[in-house]
Design a binder for this molecule. Structure first.
Ligand code: 475
Length: 836
C-alpha cells in the first residue's frame, strides 16, 4: 500500500539487513569455509590478518553478483555513463563501508561475535589506502559513494600508486616521512584485469604524411603497459555496484630477450622495468626538478590515455559510431591533472576515427567537464612547451591546433587586443596552461563553493567568463553522511534514527527534522552522552599512542587538515600561547578547560609548514608539562592524520577550527564533516563556511576576521602594515616575541621564519590582523559553552542543517546540470531518491 510506481527496487532494499538474504547462520558458515579454503587451517589457528583477508574475500563474493548485474544492466539499458577522472582517490578503509552499504553490517557483527571475534578489530587490520593528498582526493571518494548510492552510473578512473602519501612520524617534534607500503600485505578489494591492459605511448616523433589527407604517424615511441585493477563501489542498499578503475604501470618483460651468453641484457631488462614502473610508484612525485616534472606529466598522460582507451573499447562493444559518444559518456576532470583527456580524445577521434576537426572538437567539448579546486597560484599547472613536446609529441601538435583554433575565435571577439589574447591563450611564453586548456575544451567549468566560484568568475578566470559565461557554474562540495556519520559515529547515527527515523541516511535533507528536538532535554542529554563516549574513545587512543592523558570534560577543539600557511595553524597556535600567558599571570583565571587537537601533514619540501609542526609540538611540550596551569589546557599533535584518524577525531570534537585567510580555502570539506557530527564551527567567512553560516544561522556558528573582499582590497592596495597591529596589541606582541625570545627553551632560531613572515614580510595571510577578532570569537565560544543547553542547541542545529552538505545533493546537481542525465533514464533508483 502506498508504494509509488517504480519504487520496488528501493523498497525491497530498504527492508533492512535481511535484504542481502544472508542470515547470521549462513554468514558464519560461509566465513568458516572461506578461512579454511584460503588458509588450509581452522579459524582458531589463523592470524588477525588472515581473518581480515578472509572476511574481505567473503564480502567480495557477496558483492560479485550485484556487480555483475549492474554491469549487465548498464549494457542492457544503454544508460549514459559518467567517468570521474582523478589523480587522487582517498578512499579510507573499505570493509566497514562495504558491509554497511550492502546492508550486511549487523549480520556480520553478530556472526563474528558468535564466533568469538570482533568486527571492529578486524576493520582496524585494514591498511588505509592513502592514494591522495587531502581535500581533492577525499572529495573524489565521497562522490563515488554518492554516485553509487544515488543509482548513478558513475565510475572512478585513478592511479594505483605502489606507495601512497607518506606516513608521517613525529620524531623530537619534527615531521619525518616514511614510505607508505600499503600493498605489502596485499589489497584484497581490487581485481586485476590483465586482459584489459592497454598500451600507452611516450616520446618518439610524429611523421606527417600527406597524400590528399594529412596523416600523423607516431613513431619511435616507448610503450608502457597499463594494467587496470577494478575496485567495487557499493551503493547504499540499492543492489548497485559501480567501478573504480585504478591503473598500474608495468613493463612487458617477456618481449625483452635475455642474451644466452650473459646476464647483461636481463640486467637491462630489469632496469627498464624499474623505470617503467616508476610511473605509478608514487603519488605526486617531487616536481621541483626537471626529471620530477617529466614524471608527473607522464603520470597524468598515463592515467588519461589508459582510461580513455578502456572507455572507448567498452563503448564500441555496446554502441555504434563515436558521434553518439556525448550522449552515452560524460567525462569529468577533477582539477587540471587529468586535463590531457581533451587532446587525447581529440587524437583518437582524428587519427583513429578519421573524423573532421569540427566533428571531433564538438564531441570532445560536449563530453568533458572540469572542476577547479584551488586558486593558489602554485597549484595552477603549466608545462614547458619543449618538455611537453618531447614527452607527448602527437598531443603537442593537437594542443597547438586547439590553441590556434581558439585564438582565432578570440581574435574575432577581440580584434587587435593582443594582450588579452596572449593572457588567455593556451600556449604563451613557451608554456602550456592546463587550466586554459580545461576551460576551452570543456562545456562546464565549476567552482566548489559559491564564494570560490565568484572569485573564479570575477577574478582568476574573469576574461574566460566574459568570453563564455554560460560555461561557469557553482557546485558546492558535499561529503557522504554514510561514512562521515553512520560509520564513524554509530552512536550519533542511532540517536538520529531513534529521533526522526532512518530515512536521513538516504535523504539527508530530512535531518532538518532534528531542529524540532534541539531544545528537548532528553535529546540534549543523549547528544551529550554520545559526544562524551566519542571523546573517551579518542582519549583512549591518545593515551595509548602518545601517552598523554586528556580531560574528556574539557572542550575538544580540533584543527585537522594539511599544514599550510593559508590555513593558519599559526593563528591557532598564537591564540593558545596567549591563553597560556594569561593563565600563567593568573592561575585562578576562570576559563573552560580546553584540549587543542592538531593533525595534518606538511608537504615534504615545504619547510615553514614543517616548522609549524615543530612549533605546535614545542607548545604542547611546554603547556602539557606545566603543573602550574593545572591541566586547564592541553595541546596534542596527532601523528599521521589520515581518513581513519579523522573518523576518530571528528565525532569527538566540540569546536571545529576553520580559520583560513578569507578567499584562499576554495570550499573545505572537513568543516562539513565536523558540523554533521555536531561540532560548532569557529571560522572565517571563506569557502563553504559562508554557506554553513547561511544554513545554521548566525547564532550557531562563530565567525571572525576579514572577509574575502577586505583581504582582496588590501592586496590591491599593496598589503597592510603588521607593525601597527603588533604595536597596538600587547598580548599579541608578547606571543609574537615569544617565537624568538627563548620562550621555547630549545628552539633557538627555529621559529624566526614564522616571526619574519609575520612582521618583516608583510604578514601575507593576515594572521596578526585577524588575531584580536579570533581571540574575541573564542571568548564568545567559551561563554556559549558554559550554558550547556544553549551549547547543545547549537550542536543540534549544526547536525540538523548539515543535509545540504551531503555529497548526495552535490552529485544530483552535477548529474542534472553538467552531465545532463535524465532521472527517468537511471536504471536503478526510480524512487523519490532520484535526482530532482
Ligand atoms: C581545496 N589539491 C579545498 C577541496 O574541493 C576543497 C593540488 C595540486 C596537486 C595535488 N592536490 C592538490 C588541491 O588543490 C586540493 O585538495 N584542494 C582542495 O579541494 C575539495 O574543499 O578547499 O583546498
Amino acid at each position: 500500500p502506498g508504494v509509488k510506481p517504480g519504487t520496488a527496487v528501493l523498497d525491497a532494499a530498504q527492508a533492512g539487513p535481511a535484504d542481502s538474504g544472508i542470515t547470521v547462520e549462513q554468514f558464519k558458515q560461509d566465513y568458516r569455509n572461506k578461512v579454511e579454503r584460503m588458509y588450509g587451517d581452522g579459524l582458531e589457528r589463523v592470524s588477525d590478518l588472515d581473518k581480515y583477508n578472509a572476511l574481505v574475500s567473503l564480502v567480495r563474493d557477496y558483492l560479485a553478483e550485484p556487480w555483475l548485474n549492474t554491469k549487465e544492466k548498464y549494457r542492457r539499458t544503454g544508460a549514459k555513463q559518467v567517468y570521474y577522472f582523478s589523480i587522487e582517490f582517498l578512499l579510507g578503509r573499505l570493509l566497514g563501508s562495504n558491509l554497511y552499504n550492502l546492508g550486511l553490517n549487523e549480520v556480520c557483527q553478530q556472526a563474528l561475535s558468535e564466533l568469538g571475534l570482533d568486527l571492529r578489530t578486524l576493520r582496524q587490520v585494514e591498511e588505509d589506502p592513502g592514494l591522495g593528498n587531502g581535500g581533492l582526493g577525499r572529495l573524489a571518494a565521497c562522490y563515488l559513494d554518492s554516485m553509487a548510492s544515488l543509482g548513478l552510473p558513475g565510475h572512478g578512473m585513478g592511479m594505483r600508486y605502489r606507495y601512497g602519501l607518506f606516513e608521517q612520524r613525529i620524531v623530537d617534534g619534527y615531521q619525518r616521512e616514511y614510505a607508505d607500503d600499503w600493498l605489502m600485505d596485499g589489497f584484497y578489494w581490487d581485481v586485476r584485469k590483465p586482459a584489459e591492459a592497454v598500451e600507452v605511448r611516450f616520446g618518439g616523433n610524429v611523421r606527417i604524411k600527406s597524400n590528399g589527407k594529412t596523416q600523423y604517424i607516431h613513431e619511435g615511441y616507448e610503450t608502457v603497459l597499463a594494467v587496470p585493477y577494478d575496485v567495487p563501489v557499493v551503493g547504499y542498499r540499492n543492489g548497485m555496484v559501480n567501478t573504480l578503475r585504478l591503473w598500474s604501470a608495468e613493463a612487458r618483460l617477456s618481449e625483452v630477450v635475455c642474451a644466452p651468453q650473459g646476464g647483461s641484457d636481463c640486467q637491462k631488462a630489469v632496469e627498464y622495468s624499474q623505470t617503467v614502473e616508476e610511473l605509478s610508484n608514487i603519488l605526486y612525485p617531487d616536481d621541483s626538478t626537471y626529471e620530477g616534472k617529466a614524471l608527473r606529466l607522464k603520470q597524468q598522460y598515463f592515467l588519461v590515455s589508459a582510461g580513455l582507451q578502456s572507455i572507448i573499447r567498452n563503448y564500441r562493444e555496446n554502441n555504434g559510431h563515436l558521434r553518439e559518444f556525448p550522449h552515452k559518456i560524460a567525462i569529468h576532470i577533477n582539477d587540471t591533472h587529468p586535463v590531457l583527456c581533451i587532446p587525447e580524445l581529440l587524437r583518437i577521434l582524428l587519427d583513429e576515427e578519421q573524423l573532421t576537426w569540427e566533428e571531433a572538437w564538438n564531441i570532445t567539448v560536449q563530453t568533458m567537464s572540469y572542476t577547479n579546486h584551488t586558486i593558489l597560484p602554485e597549484a595552477l599547472e603549466t608545462w614547458p612547451e619543449d618538455l611537453f613536446r618531447t614527452v607527448l609529441p602527437r598531443l603537442y601538435l593537437i594542443v597547438r591546433d586547439i590553441n590556434e583554433y581558439y585564438c582565432r575565435s578570440l581574435w574575432e571577439a577581440y580584434p587587435g587586443d593582443w594582450d588579452r589574447i596572449s593572457r588567455m591563450a593556451i600556449i604563451s611564453y613557451n608554456r602550456i596552461h592546463m587550466a586554459h586548456l580545461a576551460i576551452v575544451g570543456c562545456h562546464s567549468v565549476n567552482g566548489v563553493a559559491e564564494l570560490h566560484t565568484d572569485i573564479l568568475k570575477n577574478k582568476i578566470m574573469k576574461e574566460f567568463c566574459d568570453f563564455s559565461p554560460a560555461k561557469f557554474n557553482n557546485k558546492t562540495n558535499g561529503v557522504t553522511q554514510r561514512r562521515w556519520v553512520s560509520l564513524c559515529n554509530p552512536a550519533l547515527a542511532q540517536l538520529i534514527t531513534d529521533t526522526i527515523g532512518p530515512r536521513w541516511v538516504e535523504h539527508p535533507q530530512e535531518l532538518a527534522q532534528l531542529e524540532r528536538h534541539s531544545a528537548d532535554t532528553a535529546f540534549q542529554h543523549h547528544l551529550l552522552k554520545v559526544k562524551l563516549q566519542n571523546k573517551v574513545a579518542l582519549a583512549k587512543y591518545v593515551k595509548e599512542k602518545h601517552g598523554i592523558t586528556l580531560d574528556v570534560n574539557s572542550i575538544f577543539d580540533s584543527q585537522v587538515k594539511r599544514i599550510h600557511a593559508y590555513k593558519r595553524q599559526t593563528l591557532n597556535v598564537l591564540h593558545i600561547m596567549a591563553l597560556y600567558n594569561r593563565l600563567k599571570e593568573n592561575p585562578l583565571l576562570d576559563i573552560e578547560p580546553h584540549t587543542f587537537i592538531f593533525g595534518g601533514k606538511a608537504a615534504v619540501n615545504y619547510h615553514i609548514a614543517k616548522n609549524t609542526i615543530k612549533l605546535i609540538n614545542s607548545l604542547a611540550d611546554l603547556v602539557n608539562n606545566d603543573k602550574s596551569i593545572r591541566d586547564k589546557i592541553k595541546v596534542v599533535f596527532l601523528e599521521n592524520y589520515n581518513v581513519s584518524l579523522a573518523e576518530l577525531i571528528i565525532p569527538a570534537t566540540d569546536v571545529s577550527e576553520q580559520i583560513p585567510t578569507a578567499s584562499y580555502e576554495a570550499s573545505g570539506t572537513g568543516n562539513m564533516k565536523f558540523m554533521m557530527n555536531g561540532a560548532v564551527t569557529i571560522g572565517t567567512l571563506d569557502g563553504a563556511n559562508i554557506e554553513i553560516k547561511q544554513a545554521v544561522g548566525e547564532d550557531n556558528i562563530i565567525v571572525f576576521g576579514l572577509t574575502a573582499e577586505e583581504v582582496l582590497a588590501y592586496y590591491r592596495g599593496g598589503g597592510y602594515n603588521p607593525w601597527e597591529v603588533y604595536q597596538d596589541n600587547e598580548r599579541l606582541r608578547q606571543v609574537v616575541d615569544q617565537l624568538i625570545n627563548g620562550f621555547f627553551p630549545a628552539a633557538g632560531d627555529l621559529f624566526r621564519g614564522h616571526f619574519d613572515s609575520l612582521l618583516h614580510q608583510g604578514d601575507h595571510f593576515f594572521v596578526l590582523k585577524d588575531f584580536a577578532s579570533y581571540e574575541a570569537a573564542h571568548q564568545v565560544l567559551d561563554e556559549r559553552y558554559k550554558d550547556r543547553p544553549v551549547w547543545l542547541k547549537m550542536c543540534s542545529a549544526n547536525i540538523a542543517h548539515s543535509g545540504r552538505f551531503s555529497s548526495d545533493r552535490t552529485f544530483a546537481e552535477y548529474a542534472t546540470d553538467i552531465w545532463h542525465i535524465r532521472p527517468d533514464t537511471l536504471p536503478f533508483s526510480a524512487s523519490e531518491k532520484q535526482i530532482r
